[in-house]
Structures are given as C-alpha cells and as structure tokens.
Design a protein around this ligand. Sequence first.
Ligand code: ADP
Ligand code: MG
Length: 618
Amino acid sequence: MAKVQINMKEGRAVHDENLIVGIDLGTTNSLVAYILDGQPVTVKTNDREEALVPSIISIEEGQVLVGEAAKQRLVSNPGQTVYSVKRLMGKSLNDVLHIQPYFSYDLKRDDPDALVRIRIGENYFTPIELSAEILKQLKSLAENHLKKNVTQAVITVPAYFNDAQRQATRDAGRLAGLDVLRIINEPTAASMAYGLGLQEGSNEIIAVYDLGGGTFDLSILHIQDGVFEVLSTHGDTFLGGDDFDRAIMEYWIDRHGMDKEALLADKSRGQSLRLLAEQSKKHLSLHESFSAVWNEYEFTLTRPEMEKLIDPIIQRTIQSCHQALRDAGLNPGDLSKVIMVGGSTRVPAVTKAVKDLFGDKLYDKLNPDEVVALGAAVQANILSGKDQRFLLIDVTPLSLGIETMGGLMDVIIPRNSKIPSKAGRQYTTSVDGQVNLKISIYQGERELVSHNRKLGEFILRNIPPMPAGLPKIEIQFLINADGILTVRAKELRSGVHSEIEVRSQYGLSEEEMARMLLESVKYARQDMQAKALQEAINEGKSIILATERFILQNEAHLSREETDALREKSKYIDEMIPTGDKDRIIQGIEDLNQYSAPIAHRMLDLNIGQALQGTKAI
Ligand code: ADP
Ligand code: MG
C-alpha cells in the first residue's frame, strides 16, 4: 500500500516523487529496501513474505525466471540455471579460468581477454545481463509494493570490488532501467543501517564480519565525521555457508556409505541433497536436532555434530580476522563495534567464535541478511535530500597522478582525498615541435612511476608544432562518487583536447594497497634521491635546449666569447647527465644560470627565464 506523508507545518501532502531504493545485489541472495516513516524496511516478495530473492536465474525458451522459482530449477533444469554470477562481474575469461570447476555452467571460450559470457541453452549471456535480470525483479517487486515507478537506486558492492566490477554493477543497473545514483561498499552500508557515522563528531574504528553463502570478508573501517575509510579488508571469496552445506552433505554420504561420485555426477540429485543439507543447517540455528527422509535414506544431524563439522571453516574466518587486524596495525581491543552481516552469522557457533576473538561488542540486532540493503536505503534517503544527516563521503586509498619527464610520478589527487574530487595542473612538452603527447596515469605513493601501478594511458594528438616548453597542457583529474576516474587533457593555446575514463580491468586488493603504502615508506629515502637526480636531469636537459634556442634567437647581439661560454657551460651539463652525479649537474646548471642571467637581462628576452622556471614537462 502506498503511503502519503503529510507535512504538518505546511499542511500539504509530501509527494514521494524522488524515492530512491537501496539494493543489496548479493552472490547468494539479493533484496531491496526503502525508507518508511524514517525507518529502513525491506520489500517482501509477494508470495512468501520474505525479503530475500535468491540470486539465481533460469532461462528457457526466452522465458526468464529469477529467485525462488529459479532456485527450484537448480534441481529440475540445472543446465539452464545460473547462480553466483556476482563472482564473474567485470571479469575476463582469463580471470576466472581457475575457478571454473566451481561452476556447473559453461563459459564462452574464444577470446581469453574478453569479458566472460555464460552459456544457457544455445545462447550466451554476460554477467551484467544476468545481474540486470535480478535487478529487474527487485525493481518490479518494489514497484508492485509501492504502487509507483522506481527508477533510482543505490547498489552495494564488496569493499574489495575494483573499478571494473563496480562499473559492471552500474551497467547492470542501467540495463534494468535503474539510474544508479551511487555504488557503496557493503560494510559501509551495514554500518549506516546501525546509524554509525551519521552524527557530526563521530570518530571510531569498527569491524564488519560478513559471512554469506559463498564469500567471507572482514573489513575494518575508520568512521570520522561521515567519512568511511576502509583501513583493511581480508577474506576468502570461496568460503561461506555453502561450505557448511557441503560438509554436512559429505558427512551424510560417508555415514550412509553412498556412492559420492555417482551422486554428484547426477546434477539434479546432487543439488537436491545440497538443498536438504542447507535446510538442516538453518534448522539447527534454532533447534538442537534435525531429521529428514530423502529417497530411501533417513538423515539426522544434531547441533554438536554440525558444529564439529564446520569448526575448521569457522576457524578460517577467524584467521582472516587476525590478518585484517595485522594489516591495519590494530588489536581487537581497538575496535568499538563488530557488525555481523550475512545469513551464515545466524549459526550460533559463528557468533561464539567472533565473540571469543573480539569480546562482547557484537552488533547483531538487525537481520544479518538484510542489514546491507537497509543501510543502502539509508544512504538513498540521504541522497534524496529527505535525510539531512551526513552525506556519505569516501576517500581515495592511493594517490593518483601522471608520469612526467624521466619517469617521475607527479601526484594530482593525493591519497585520502575526499571523493567526488577534481584537481588539475598545467604541463608542457620537452621536445621541440612535439605534436602528440602520451599521458600515462598511475596510482601509488612512490616517486618513480615504475614502482607505482599504471591505470591507463592516452595520447593527446594534433598539438600545433611549437618549441618545447611553450605548449600549455592542462591535465584534469575527476573522480566521481563511485571512485571512477576521468582524465582530461587540453592544450590551451590551440584548444585540442582529449579524455579517457579509467576503468582498470584488474583492480587492487586491499592487501596490495597496504603493500604499496608500506613500500612507499620503506623506500622513501631511496625514492627521494632518485627523484632529486631525475629532477636535476630534467632541468639540465631543458636548460641546454633553452640555451641553444637563446643563442639562435639572439645571435646578432651576442659576442663570440659569450656564445662560446654559453655552449661550453651547456656542454658540461650534457656531459654530467649520464654520470648520474646530481651535485655536478646542479652545479653546472647554477654556473650556466649565473653566467646567462645578466646576458638574458640585457636581451630583455624572457625565453630563457621562462624555460628555467617553466612548468613540468611530460
Ligand atoms: P550473500 O551475501 O552471499 O548473498 P547471504 O547473506 O544471503 O549471502 O547468506 C546466504 C547464506 O546464509 C547461505 O549459505 C544460507 O544457507 C545461510 N543462511 C541463511 N539463513 C541461515 C540460518 N538461519 N542459519 C544458517 N545459515 C543461514
Ligand atoms: Mg551479502
């Protein structure tokens, strides 16, 4: 039923025109939430009064089934039914070949670098198209429930998703007819569902423990004044409730002396037993024992039996927690809260293990499998302007910049800048008559680009030929709210311009990020020396060029003696460059400058002065 809000002060109905929903597009289950009377609530499925829509798609003769109906077809039509597509989002065939045995479906095998395509019957579908089907289902659930069109959404993704995966998620939204206003991190959303970080002056470090169907991650967040910074995240993308199910299945198979090979070779029977194992697991979250008859077998399981089976799996999650703490340089006592997320945290043994590690500061009042969607709805409400609390701000984890002459990193947007963000700087060329300029974009904290990570490159073409140092090239970096970077370059004298959107195919894990940061500290001294040398070389080269130009332009006014001296001093610098002796190069530059300054002054020619203090060359 649609609700109308009345604004008492102004005595009129508030039209909920810009309702934005929050969507958790999960590996195992997906759901949609919105704000009702100031509180986030999930949209229930029409028939089952249940918010979770299994992230499963089944296609037959063009007809698409999503959710519970598709889940049933895992048993009857396993060949046309697809699950866990989230694992393939934004990935190429090469990226996923090693996990192929995990899936029962076929992938297209022509181009290893192309985005993955999944075979269903005669046709191939991208993970984006299949995710769009899930989103369409959620959209129509929300529309039926709210009795109005839903066109705008906030969608969540794991903190470790890279640009390509985030972009794929956004594309899926667009394909489903949704304008995706923002992509936010799942642990951030979960924190927001509990209202964390929404007050001014907030400052705390928390952990989010997320154990879903097939993935586990622990994220440590620093929340300050509405800024959520991921300090570290560690996990396992093949660890979750599915492993509990598998352990139970194998236990039954063993105990009844069943032929495992034969059973698993029959996809329908295998799936059917897996579903029964899942059912028993869920039952044991609330009860002490389970029993069921399956074909000719009678299966039983008690809670202590199950706990023994799954203990090694739970311990693996605890190891990840230790690692995430180490990566962030923290102890369990430094965290003020631990938020429990994911359906598998309903297992009492999981809660107990997390309490044993972190102490009694678990936040688990909200439904663990709904909390991410609820938080996305809170964020959506803030975006719609109805909630005046803090706007969520993310920060860039590493510095972004371009390569300048000699392989130096020139930072344009420093690490920890708030996003969205925009910054720019002017550069110039290092070679006379240069018409094409390559702009290479890097991420990282090291002084030399060779130690950083390349995100992309493009060429600014058709610059009118000019002497080196004369073109004015403005480079602009824009990071949008999803963290996607656009780089623009423009030669200001001629107006030629070009831009690219950087969607790196292979993202960075938080671990790699942590490593890059550590190395930047470790090699700081060495890097500084390398940078100082390179800067001296760059300056030396440009002064040699400028001197030669100066001589040519002013030949008529220079004495023979002056020309010879300038050339000789220039030559000294040229000879010192290959030796790598920074001090001598600088001494040569100073010597030349000292000698040329009065002459340049006399000529009233700014050329040389310009070249000396000119902008950096690319
Ligand atoms: P995802 O984030 O991967 O989409 P969810 O958070 O929805 O996944 O978690 C799904 C997992 O939670 C499944 O393995 C499911 O069996 C498990 N699960 C759901 N409810 C319970 C329960 N009551 N007890 C134990 N496990 C549960
Ligand atoms: Mg989840």
